[in-house]
Design a protein around this ligand. Sequence first.
Ligand code: NAD
Length: 385
Amino acid sequence: MSDLLRVGLIGCGNVVSYGHKPALTTLPDAQLVALADITPARRQIGKTWFGMNDADLYADYQDVIARDDVDAVAITVPQQFRRQIVLDALAAGKHVLSEKPLATVPAVAAEMIHAADAAGLTFGIVHNYHYLPEYRQIKNLIDNGTIGQLRVLTMHYLGVIDNPGAAEYQSDWRHTLAAGGGVLMDMIHAVYLAEWLFGAPPQQVMAFVDAPTYAARHPQVEDLALVQIAFPTGYATIHMGWGQGVGGVDASGSEGHLRMRYNQYQTSGFNQPAELYTVRNWERTDHPLDNLPTHMDNIARSFTQLWQEFHSAIREHRAPLASAAAGGRALETALAAYQSGVTGQVVTLPLQSTNPVFQKGIDGLADVQAWAQSRTQSAGIFGLK
Ligand SMILES: NC(=O)c1ccc[n+]([C@@H]2O[C@H](COP(=O)([O-])OP(=O)(O)OC[C@H]3O[C@@H](n4cnc5c(N)ncnc54)[C@H](O)[C@@H]3O)[C@@H](O)[C@H]2O)c1
């Protein structure tokens, strides 16, 4: 492979507009050479964005992975369609960058990760929040011991904006059973960030999972997930909801604490950080923020840096910082939260391969013993009666 990374893009929806497009149109050593989308109008939009020829636009992703001049593919279709595309791309010898969540079913994630390992190909995931300025800074402050040893991390994501998908496709797909889950699955970023900040995989999960905001719409998936996760050295609480609730991060350590909040009181990904401070011996230190002019610029930069690191990982024959394996663990954590919401029990990670939720994702929730008081069950989401 030359130093130029030649990319095939499969799926040309919203996440391409504000994430992959700015990355692939500015990086000097990456170039989009082929694009597939099943929706004709999205292919035309992609043609304009990237200045492509008609000959490089395809309805069928097989035509992208068949090209000898494609080194890596970005798979940016909704998660329920990833399995076959990933397996076919790996079989064709392409490195793969998958959008998050990696899949809807942990067994499928494990199958894809195994195939990439067996083929010796780089398999990354778009865990781009690693590169948002607020999380870079929080990670540095924690790793530098600014608040001592991290003990309790609270990720406030109750102001997630319920953005629809591309209008030319199926804008409401995030609210369907096929998506594999609702707001927690959609904004899985908080889950992998918690693992990254603690520096070790999660061990146990307990959660309440419900759909109060959309109750009148007979929702298929949750809009509220209150999740507690045990790590070897501490605990994370993730409060995830579509709505207008609290956004930001609070972290308590053995020697102090940290707080981060957003402009216009919003939630991660929807605005810029407005305030980041640490407190030690009851004295506050404010930390200047590394914001670009708008939050969309912060997002675009996060994708560009992620693509750079993915390309470096390919060159250096190593796993990227945002690895598919991390994507598999984040997926299992989210599904363990759904299982806990149904059973009322603490769920241990990694999930056993015999667990129906490992095997079938949310479809496996019908096969676990439901708790009589389960709000997840009574909400009637995930196909539960
Ligand atoms: N990293 C992030 O911050 C972030 C942000 C948004 C979305 N995402 C993820 O990106 C993925 C796409 O989300 P989106 O918001 O762009 O959705 P979207 O609905 O806007 O776009 C999906 C696109 O995929 C196309 N598509 C569907 N099936 C296809 C197939 N078999 N072959 C080729 N194209 C196909 C559709 O025509 C559409 O253009 C999801 O997995 C989502 O979770 C990640």
